[in-house]
Design a protein around this ligand. Structure first.
Ligand code: F6P
Length: 445
């Protein structure tokens, strides 16, 4: 292979540049050109779109900094449809124009679905990323066949964790800790909403923030049970912190947050307002009397408040875990293409010794009978519906990721950079401007 294209698709995550960096480093070693396609699949579908050489003369460009959040290539939620012949023809032409011998897509479940038709056009592989941690299999069987049990073998999980997840949990955990002290001071009930769509991994990981209650989309919320638990905790400690995943459902299976059935270009429901909906239900079910009797707060409306961690979960510097694993996965994609593989992904596997290994896997293992990849959801073993918190196995799951997720340099970075006086004097320098200077166009070289 002489020339490989690479793109980042779907929602951004903090470790994308690290993954691109890992791919570029391996491409440099193999003396392969790495061409960055801008704006996700737009860079492949649009024949006029600019592209960027990520390793001219087999040296990685300085803009590609693995500690930088976001993606220097930009991203979009546009995908290639296998039934859109015109788009496929134009993509084929674009691949020829760019003289690509292989393609790396960095993305999640939407991307892996979108890359399927491309595999017929040229060898195509994927490096996983998503803060939602929903790309992979819990134990090789679909969720409906999974049952809670003590014999869960974590080494059997396919793609244990995705780059971006650890950093998202880190941000959510800080949010929860900071909310706690204000809830504690004012005897209030805080509902903190975290991202993750229909997968509760970020909510489960937020256990590190020691919330009193965690609600995940995989476990329907019983309002009666929740109210009992909230009252009990409030009576004891005068404050409650609840974390909820944005995709939580009630016992009838109704999404609490999806106020309107909007979908994004990938066909995903746009989720909003789970915490707010939950708050309304708690206000109604608990009532003002409960708070007035305690003499601490006048009304349920005043006592219960919500905060969304929001897009801060997706942004900023990636933690060491995400940087390191993202780099490994990026390097593995180039390895796979050089080894002649197609329709594969780089998978992060937990070894028996508790360390991680990066292995090539066929995307077929993730696909259902119709060839579709579905989002991985939290395994029932990881959550306890009685305590409304993660289970012992859930804790076991988190430890290998988070025990050493933060590097000393991550801590030092905060100390050195946050209140650096130059921040007050210098304007923000967007990486997009620097990348745009490197943009090239087919036919104008
Ligand atoms: O899939 C990643 C994710 O951050 C989800 O957790 C969230 O629901 C969604 O993307 C938000 O997407 P957007 O930024 O397009 O609104």
């Amino acid at each position: 292979m002489k020339r490989i294209g690479i793109l980042t698709a779907g929602g951004d995550t903090p470790a994308l540049n690290a993954t691109l960096h890992g791919a570029a480093a391996r491409a440099n070693d193999a003396k392969v050109e790495l061409i960055g396609l801008l704006g996700g699949f737009n860079g492949l579908l649009d024949r006029e779109a600019p592209y960027v050489r990520l390793n001219p003369l087999f040296e990685t460009i300085p803009e590609l900094d693995s500690t930088l959040g976001g993606t220097v290539l930009g991203s979009s939620r546009r995908y290639v449809s296998s039934t859109d012949q015109a788009a496929l023809d134009s993509t084929r032409q674009r691949i020829n124009d760019l003289k690509l011998d292989g393609l790396v897509c960095v993305g999640g479940d939407g991307t892996i679905n979108g890359m399927q038709p491309l595999c017929d056009l040229l060898p195509t592989v994927l490096a996983p990323k998503t803060i939602d941690n929903d790309l992979g299999l819990n134990c090789g069987v679909p969720l409906e066949n999974q049952v809670p049990g003590d014999d869960f073998d974590l080494t059997q999980m396919v793609n244990y964790a995705t780059p971006g997840f650890a950093t998202a949990v880190y941000v959510a955990t800080w949010g929860i800790r900071r909310i706690r002290t204000t809830a504690e001071s004012h005897h209030r009930i805080a509902i903190v909403e975290v991202m993750g769509r229909h997968s509760g991994y970020i909510a489960a990981g937020s256990a590190y923030g020691q919330p009193d209650i965690i609600l995940i989309p995989e476990a329907p919320v019983s309002i009666t049970k929740l109210v009992d638990r909230v009252r009990e905790i409030y009576n004891r400690q005068k404050n409650v912190v609840i974390v909820c995943g944005e995709g939580i459902i009630d016992e009838e299976g109704v999404e609490l947050g999806a106020s309107h059935a909007t979908t994004d270009p990938a066909g995903n429901t746009v989720l909003s307002g789970a915490a707010e909906a939950l708050r309304n239900r708690l206000i109604e079910a608990i009532g003002d009397d409960f708070f007035q009797q305690t003499g601490r707060v006048d009304t349920a409306e005043r006592a219960i408040f919500t905060r969304k961690v929001g897009h801060t979960q997706r942004g900023g510097r990636p933690l060491k875990f995400d940087r390191y694993q993202g780099t490994q996965l990026g390097g593995q994609t180039i390895e796979m293409l050089l080894a002649g593989r197609n329709n594969c992904f780089a998978s992060l596997q937990l070894g028996a010794d508790g360390g991680f290994e990066v292995e090539p896997r066929e995307t077929a293992i993730l696909r259902d009978d119709d060839g579709v990849v579905h989002a991985r959801r939290v395994h029932p073993s990881f959550y306890c519906c009685d305590t409304l918190n993660i289970s012992a196995i859930g804790i076991e799951y988190l430890l290998p990721i988070f025990s050493e997720a933060i590097g000393a340099d991550d801590v030092e970075h905060v100390r050195q950079s946050l209140f650096d006086a130059s921040n007050l004097k210098e304007k923000y320098r967007s990486i997009s401007v620097a990348i745009a200077r490197r943009a090239e166009f087919v036919g104008r070289e």
